[in-house]
Design a protein around this ligand. Sequence first.
Ligand code: GDD
Ligand code: GTP
Length: 408
Amino acid sequence: TSKAIILIGGPSKGTRFRPLSLDIPKLLFPVAGKPMIYHHIEACSKVPSMKEILLIGFFKEEQLKDFIQQTSKQLNVPIRYINEEKVLGTAGGLYHFRDIILSSDNPESIFVLHSDVCCSFPLEELQQFHQKYKRHCTIMGTQVAKEYANQYGCLVRDENTAELLHFAEKPETFVSSLINCGVYCFSPSFFDVMGKTMVDLRASNVNINSDYPEITRNRNLETLRLEQDIFVPLAGTGTISVFPYQGFWRQIKNAGSSVYCQELYLNHYAKTKPEILKKGDNIIGNVIIDPSAEVDPTAIIGPDVYIGPNVKVGKGVRIIHSIVLDSTIIKDHACVIYSILGWSSEVGLWTRVEGIPNYTPFLYSQEKRKGITIFGSGAQANGEIIVRNCIVMPHKQLDRSYSNEIIL
Ligand code: GDD
Ligand code: GTP
């Protein structure tokens, strides 16, 4: 049997999702019409022997309760939230709750997924690969452009044996363009390996001659990091394999990146479950429209658009590469491109709301921001204005055109 753990972190990490995360925890933000981690849970639920999915993090349980209940029912898989009383790090929670993870059902495979990544989650392939190479842990790796590789965990892999030879977390200089996807498959034995590595870590913390200065320097040992504390020392010891994943992959770090991730998921779902996509003469490419939304037949929608429940879209509207959340109103002849319109926001007659696409990951810089235009919930743009490359805080009303601004 199998179990899955999704590392969901906590609210302190959601700052880059402002203004949208003010209304909803980042991991529930809709991407391709579903909460971000629904895609993870759905993939886990398809693994035939999946017994349970555990979400480990430090959110308030009430914020997740409804989502967990609904999703568990819908996908017919038990889902449980486990709260970290204090921040334990990417491996700390796993290790701390190992008895819960291993208790009942005797899982042979344990999948661990970061919540803030988007990919096709080929978990069965990963599991087969893991079983074939018989090591304690398998990391899913993917190739990224050389210039971005050092923003991630970089992997050096033995091409013949698939062994992880070297791991460097966000290295300063180029190490490898094969990077850590944040998707893993463990055997239960990996917890023993982690325990032993932790003991070594504690011992090496007082030893100035450590082989891994980056581990021991300024380390508070309350947290345990899967990357620096476990993978780095275990690389090259025959413990870890790397599964080379070929499909799409992208991080979801800020609100704008959900537009690009939505595009990737919609492409994927066009192949794997085309029935969820809207068809029609006024639809271009991959589009999801909630059945309760009212879209005028003269509006042209797509590609890569999600329109949420109770949204109203007027005559002659054009929407491209955007996310339109519940109960938003887009009035006649407005145009929305590369934008996210938060809950209950409004776009006036003939108004144009537009972002500047930036498909390269990692341009978080706030000065000279170039990216998706975002309306916080309840924000309103009056008629006949242009809002270009802006972030609009919730409930703000815009009565003139703006460009390249964060509107507070
Ligand atoms: N439960 C829990 N507790 N979860 C955590 C904690 C923690 O203390 N810290 C982080 N997480 C979760 C986050 O919510 C996220 O899903 C995941 O762990 C990774 O979080 P980050 O700490 O933000 O790391 P990163 O995304 O910059 O880098 C990691 O992911 C990359 C892939 O996206 C590293 O593992 C890289 O090596 C990797 O390439
Ligand atoms: P085309 O070459 O005509 O496709 O235009 P473009 O590539 O310069 O257009 P852009 O990417 O800005 O917009 C794509 C489509 O959105 C266009 O085909 C237009 O039909 C539509 N569009 C663009 N701006 C507006 C607008 O302000 N209002 C409305 N209603 N539609 C618009």
